[in-house]
Design a protein around this ligand. Structure first.
Ligand code: G3P
Length: 216
């Protein structure tokens, strides 16, 4: 499973990219706004750090507007992927952009039928938001299971399942277990993924034994 970072914080991206495990980055208008920086500059800096798909989201609500916003964004770097919302206009924009050879990440997916339509429109990625489904008492991972199975039924679909709205390391474990292609992970969850108290205790014991042996 590929791991993307779900953030627009350039320094955090630099930190986790240095681990050698990051395959791409997803941003959205909320994350860009939180960074307090100029959208295009942030995307360019991220592209210089991570060599993989970098999602930049359009904010227009109509297909012509989405396509118009997409064109300069893809000019920033060949790895820029255009993120569009899962609406009828988003599907139209997806088909047009995909026909032009532009990778599209269709976002705000909350149902399997939405994912089916995105694949048919030619999306490179579908982003189901599992945390927001969990928040209202549904099981977000059930949606991932459905989409993985549906896409698997039709080998002509090349759309990759990109698990988004990830809230904890358990989401990442389950995404990998059910065979999702990608999980986009907020930086703090990377820390939760790498940390284990037995690793820390074991390392401390190894070092203590080593130091004791040097002194004897
Ligand atoms: O990048 C989109 C998605 O991951 C947002 O997650 O936490 O705002 O539901 P969240």
């Amino acid at each position: 499973m590929q791991i993307f970072l779900d953030t627009a914080e350039v320094e955090a991206i630099r930190t986790y990219a240095a681990w050698g495990v990051i395959d791409g980055v997803t941003t959205n208008p909320s994350l860009i706004a939180k960074s307090g920086r100029v959208f295009e500059e942030v995307i360019a800096e991220i592209c210089a750090i991570v060599d993989g798909p970098i999602s930049a989201e359009v904010t227009a609500l109509d297909a012509p507007g989405m396509i118009a916003q997409a064109e300069p964004l893809v000019g920033i770097h060949p790895n820029v992927t255009i993120k569009v919302p899962l609406t009828p206009e988003g599907l139209k924009a997806t088909e047009t952009l995909a026909n032009r050879g532009i990778a599209v990440n269709v976002t705000l997916c909350f149902s399997a039928t939405q994912a089916l339509l995105a694949a048919k429109a030619g999306a490179a990625f579908i982003s189901p938001f599992i945390g927001r489904l969990d928040d209202r008492g549904e099981r977000g991972m059930a949606l991932i299971e459905d989409i993985v199975e549906i896409y698997g039924n039709y080998p002509q679909f090349t759309t990759e399942v990109l698990v988004a709205s990830v809230r904890n390391a358990e989401h990442v474990r389950q995404a990998a277990l059910v065979g999702a292609d990608i999980c986009t992970v907020p930086p703090k969850i990377m820390d939760a993924m790498v940390t284990h108290d037995l690793t820390d205790k074991g390392l401390a014991a190894f070092l203590a034994d080593w130091e004791a042996a040097q002194g004897s």
